[in-house]
Design a protein. Structure first.
Lengths: 257, 80
């Protein structure tokens, strides 16, 4: 089942988050230029990295969906993008707070890093309305996968474009992790691991919850005397696993994702 | 232990940057907390649905025995 291993994953996440917070506030030294304000770096940058990786992973799942036509991949793609949007909101807000503390402005439109992330976020913000706009579940999942693949390819391109741009107005504490002193690098890497574990836990949690809700719906229809393959009632942006008869327990290979 | 942690800790939010750092971390965890709260509400809906389904399945299990009970008037009903 999707919930398998969720407890171990949750415990690992709590431990990693506690460790990361301990390192941020009690181990990592203060940065020379920004001082204490630089501590935002350890939450903002991992959030952004994990959110962008989540978008790319959503695109990879969408490729699998288009290849196999298995609706479980569509569900995984949907949930990955959904979680990345939540992380994206947190990234934008923490970035804005950092900008206010560092530059005295909540938002700076001339800064490519901020604006490019906003563009990516707004691009993905259209994903759910796109799904909701298409009533036919088969078409909905196909179009959404094409969108996820296209937008997923846009994410690394966007990242590279920002990197090769010459503006360095953003409070760029590092060009790469190799520029950081040892304790800062260790803290940063553990913060990324903790954030990735948080993403993975919430992703599995959401996937399990969606699967359970659909199973309950299928059971309700069965008890009411309707077939489990009956069309779903009303319009929804959430992928339906029932159309392909995928309500049974996922295969071992698939559930390991 | 607390004294040791406080002694070892770097400059905790005692200057102007502190409020921004606190705000950033609070926001990050508030977003997760809101998400978990939404999931908890959805979980309560699933629980309610499962309760309804359990009642429905109990009812459908009891229905086939109704003709048999009608055929045997001596049999005592346990139904409310």
């Amino acid at each position: 089942m999707y919930g398998k291993g969720l407890r171990a994953l949750s415990i690992s996440t709590v431990v990693a988050m506690a460790l990361a917070l301990g390192l941020v506030f009690f181990y990592a030294p203060l940065e020379a230029e920004q001082g204490f304000l630089q501590k935002i770096f350890y939450v903002h940058v991992p959030l952004a990295i994990v959110a962008l990786c989540g978008f790319v992973i959503g695109g990879l799942f969408a490729i699998q969906h288009l290849r196999t036509r298995d609706l479980r991949w569509d569900m995984r793609s949907y949930v990955a993008i959904h979680m990345s949007l939540i992380f994206g909101v947190a990234t934008l807000i923490t970035g804005s707070i950092w900008a206010k503390g560092s530059w005295g402005h909540w938002w700076v439109w001339s800064e490519p890093t901020l604006v490019s992330f906003l563009i990516v976020f707004l691009l993905y913000a259209t994903y759910q309305p796109l799904r909701f706009a298409i009533e036919d579940p088969e078409r909905q999942s196909r179009y959404a996968s094409v969108f996820a693949v296209t937008a997923g390819a846009f994410v690394p391109m966007n990242f590279i474009a920002v990197r090769i741009s010459t503006a360095y107005l953003h409070p760029r504490v590092l060009g790469s992790t190799s520029n950081l002193p040892g304790p800062m690098r260790l803290t940063f890497l553990i913060s990324i691991v903790a954030m990735a574990l948080l993403f993975a836990t919430l992703y599995r949690y959401e996937l399990t919850a969606k699967h359970t809700r659909q199973q309950v719906r299928a059971l309700r229809r069965r008890l009411a005397g309707e077939g489990t393959s009956a069309p779903r009632q009303g319009r929804s942006a959430v992928p339906s696993l029932q159309a392909a008869g995928a309500m049974s327990a996922p295969s071992s290979a698939a559930s390991s994702v | 232990m607390v004294a040791f942690v406080l002694a070892e800790s770097p400059a905790l939010p005692l200057h102007t940057a502190g409020k921004y750092v606190a705000a950033a971390y609070v926001v990050a965890f508030a977003v997760v907390l809101i998400y978990v709260a939404v999931m908890a509400i959805r979980l309560s809906h699933v629980e309610r649905d499962l309760g309804e389904l359990l009642a429905l399945s109990e009812r459908s299990e009891q229905e086939p025995s109704a003709p048999a009970m009608a055929a045997d008037p001596e049999r005592e009903s346990v139904l409310p």
